[in-house]
Design a protein. Structure first.
Length: 326
């Protein structure tokens, strides 16, 4: 490092023109970094805007296919699917029903846009009557009995044609259970993107409107991580990698850039960051008031997530930014 100092050093020299700035830019946001979340529900010609997420919709399978084509045409390589089931029960049975809503959507998307990577969220919270991520007995979310159900869900997604399954439940041992099931039942090439360091965050509020998955009692603190912990994120990530995770994720993104940075220094696997529903809602609300420039803020926000070390970003802004960075 040169320490000649001013006036020999003038850092502004390389900031003088857009071309110079582009030459020394250290981080670039590419359309291939993006993953777009989609919410699918039963019915046909259903398109219902999520109240707390303007511009984001619950879509029936016919519309999901149209949306998948639009996403592909923008050059976005992947979607993440969430299902809103017809029935909710104690065993989350629609979650692993071969005719369940996610399974139908995966098949339809893979048929219409075979090159689009389809990732499915694997969790029980939208499918259990009580809105919890696992099997509940006596008011307690049970870890080990949930693993078998999650593995069944992941397998049914794989058999429908999913390229990647993404367990978001935060049960201990979930990646191992899913990997084992996929390998035993003939889906060894289906990858696992683990929501490995997922915090018990208030930033998921709007998502729970979108996916209709608010817990009927209690909260998610007995399985999701304490927001105050950072070392524990490393433990979670290293364990999931040991169990077979191909891609690991930190979630939420923006208030957790230190975690993204820390994990990037620690592991070799691709790292994803989920810029969650609450992050989307914050920007949208301020932009609607005319208080912030949405386009500029989104680029700054996503660039920061990449600069911290994420390879992939799950964001509800994927479609909006794709054309700006292509
Ligand atoms: C399911 C799940 C949640 C999110 C992704 N998968 C909600 C939660 O854990 O409560 C949040 C996504 C978002 O807020 O955008 N467990």
């Amino acid at each position: 490092m040169s320490n000649a100092g001013f006036p020999v050093q003038r850092l502004r020299r390389l900031r003088m023109t857009p071309t110079l700035r582009s030459m020394v830019r250290e981080t670039s946001l590419r359309v291939t970094d993006l993953i777009y979340p989609l919410f699918v529900l039963h019915g046909s010609r259903v398109k219902a805007e999520v109240s707390s997420m303007p511009g984001i919709y619950n879509l029936s399978v016919d519309y999901i296919v149209e949306e998948a084509r639009a996403v592909r045409d923008l050059g976005i390589p992947a979607v993440l699917l969430f299902g809103i089931p017809k029935t909710k029960d104690d065993m989350a049975s629609e979650a692993y029903d071969p005719k369940g809503i996610v399974q139908q959507a995966v098949k339809a998307i893979k048929k219409a846009t075979p090159d689009l990577v389809v990732i499915t969220d694997v969790c029980l919270c939208a499918y259990t009557a009580n809105g919890h991520c696992g099997i509940v007995r006596d008011g307690k979310i049970l870890n080990d009995p949930t693993l078998e159900v999650l593995a069944k869900v992941a397998l049914s997604h794989a058999q429908a044609g999913a390229d990647i399954v993404a367990p978001s439940d935060m049960m201990d041992g979930h990646v191992r259970a899913i990997r084992k099931k996929l390998d035993e039942k003939g889906s060894p090439d289906v990858a696992i993107m683990s929501y490995a360091a997922k915090y018990a965050s208030a930033f998921y509020g709007p998502f729970r409107d979108a996916a209709q998955a608010t817990p009927a009692f209690g909260d998610r603190r007995s399985h999701q991580m304490d927001i105050a912990n950072a070392r524990e994120a490393e433990l979670e990530i290293l364990l999931d990698i040991k169990e077979g995770a191909d891609i690991v994720m930190v979630k939420p993104a923006l208030a957790y850039l230190d975690i993204i940075y820390r994990i990037r220094q620690r592991v070799l696997q691709p790292l994803a960051a989920y810029s969650v529903s609450g992050e989307y809602a914050l920007i949208k609300a301020a932009a609607q008031q005319g208080w912030l420039d949405e386009e500029q803020i989104v680029l700054e926000w996503l660039t920061a997530i990449k600069r911290a070390g994420a390879d992939l970003i799950l964001t509800y802004f994927a479609k909006a930014v794709a054309s700006k960075i292509a």
